[in-house]
Design a protein around this ligand. Structure first.
Ligand SMILES: NC(=O)c1ccc[n+]([C@@H]2O[C@H](COP(=O)([O-])OP(=O)(O)OC[C@H]3O[C@@H](n4cnc5c(N)ncnc54)[C@H](OP(=O)(O)O)[C@@H]3O)[C@@H](O)[C@H]2O)c1
Length: 376
């Protein structure tokens, strides 16, 4: 495994971090295959991965619990655990204490190495700051319950810069990949945080898996170069090529993905991409952009919909139907009607709850109307 400097924290972090938001699962988000997940996490640690990212809400709380089980024995001492405070569940600092206690219990450990305010946006940051979360975190740090404080981020660049400037953070976690250079914090945010010596942790490096399954025009470009380049490997190498990136979190859901991504990390390095690879990424990016799919990463923050609409599934089917043609588009329509009626786009009553939580700021209500019109 290659290790990289995690900003000013003094930690040498593995180039690949394990994101536990997409563990192998059954029909529901909370229905996680525990044995398989534990095997994958321990395999990654045995191969040198030393940063495990989880959150209070992932897999309905089962992600933290499973990470806790996976780290039994000496595994805990070999990794840095990052988990997150669900800021939307916090109204006063007493809530922070209650949530952190619960997380320590689920994770079966005495301290969290990296405690992140989850999914900060302009409003949630102001609320957290005003109720005294920073002072609370300082106290939790002095008590040894957390080691480093950071935040994960989903808003625009200006908000990002402001949040970086308003506290002496250790780390930040940003959505970044070759389609997101100008989305949210983007390349400017990456460089700004690194210039302040924050450890920058990248999430959604494959845009939630979108870059692993390229639509036809992009796939045609990959087909012509498969003897030299692979879509997943190159998307990850593109990130590691940058000096500002500390670790790249991958949300892996099967052992073969863990093996593949570890092999990629072992080949990684700053400034290792040649001009052919950089040009290839530019062409693939253009191919994606021309398709203009809805920028949904299936993070699931829009759920639960109070009326039961399965927002990510509807948007994904729409994206696929837009990008894919012929029989595949027909298949999307069939899949749409295979969903229970209340989960389809047509069930949207436009309450807008989903839009308040969408990190991509997608006009979901408008999009669901489009989805319904397309498939009806
Ligand atoms: N704090 C936040 O606000 C926030 C938000 C999002 C994510 N995160 C964290 O960041 C982590 C990473 O984000 P992400 O899960 O969106 O990562 P990602 O790498 O962009 O997407 C994960 C998906 O990529 C696919 N994949 C991964 N490795 C692959 C391989 N070798 N070959 C083929 N497909 C592969 C899998 O898709 P398939 O399922 O199609 O196989 C997997 O589910 C999360 O797990 C979570 O820990 C945090």
């Amino acid at each position: 495994m290659k290790y990289r400097r995690l900003g000013r924290t003094g930690v040498q972090v593995s180039a690949l971090g394990f994101g536990t938001m997409r563990l192998p699962r059954g029909k529901t988000e909370a229905d996680v295959n525990e044995a398989e997940s534990i095997e994958m996490i321990r395999f990654a640690i045995d191969q040198g991965v030393n940063y495990i990212d989880t959150a209070y809400v992932y897999h309905g709380g089962n992600s933290e619990r499973i990470v806790g089980s996976a780290l039994e024995g000496d595994y805990r001492s070999r990794v840095h655990i990052a988990t997150k405070l669900p800021v939307w569940m916090v109204n006063e600092t007493r809530d922070c204490d209650r949530l952190l206690d619960e997380q320590l219990t689920r994770l079966r450990c005495g301290h969290i190495d990296f405690y992140l305010l989850h999914c900060l946006q302009k409003k949630s940051w102001e609320k957290m700051r005003d109720i005294g979360v920073l002072e609370w975190a300082e106290k939790a740090r002095s008590e040894g319950r957390i080691r480093h404080l950071g935040f994960s981020f989903h808003d625009d660049y200006d908000t990002f810069e402001r949040i970086v400037d308003e506290h002496d953070w250790s780390v930040c976690q940003i959505q970044y990949n070759y389609l997101c250079e100008e989305v949210q914090a983007g390349t400017r945010g990456l460089q700004y945080a690194a210039s302040k010596d924050l450890g920058v942790i990248v999430m959604e490096p494959l845009f939630g898996g979108t870059l692993a399954c390229p639509p036809r025009p992009a796939q045609e470009i990959w087909d012509s170069v498969l003897d030299r380049y692979r879509p997943v490997d190159l998307a990850l190498q593109w990130l590691w090529n940058r000096p500002e990136v500390a670790t790249v979190l991958s949300g892996m859901n099967e052992l073969s993905q863990v093996q593949e991504n570890i092999a990629s990390a072992n080949r990684s390095g700053v400034g290792t991409l040649d001009t052919d690879a950089i040009e290839l990424i530019r062409r693939v990016r253009d191919a994606y952009m021309q398709l203009s799919p809805i920028p949904c990463t299936k993070c699931g923050y829009c759920l639960p919909c109070p009326h039961g609409v399965n927002v990510p599934q509807n948007l994904e089917l729409f994206n696929h139907a837009t990008v894919l043609k012929g029989n595949s588009a027909v298949l999307c329509k069939n899949l749409y009607f295979a969903m229970p009626e209340n989960e389809r786009a047509a069930g949207c009553v436009e309450c807008g709850t989903c839009e308040d939580h969408c990190p991509q700021h997608i006009s979901i209500r408008q999009m669901l109307k489009e989805v319904d019109k397309t498939f009806r």
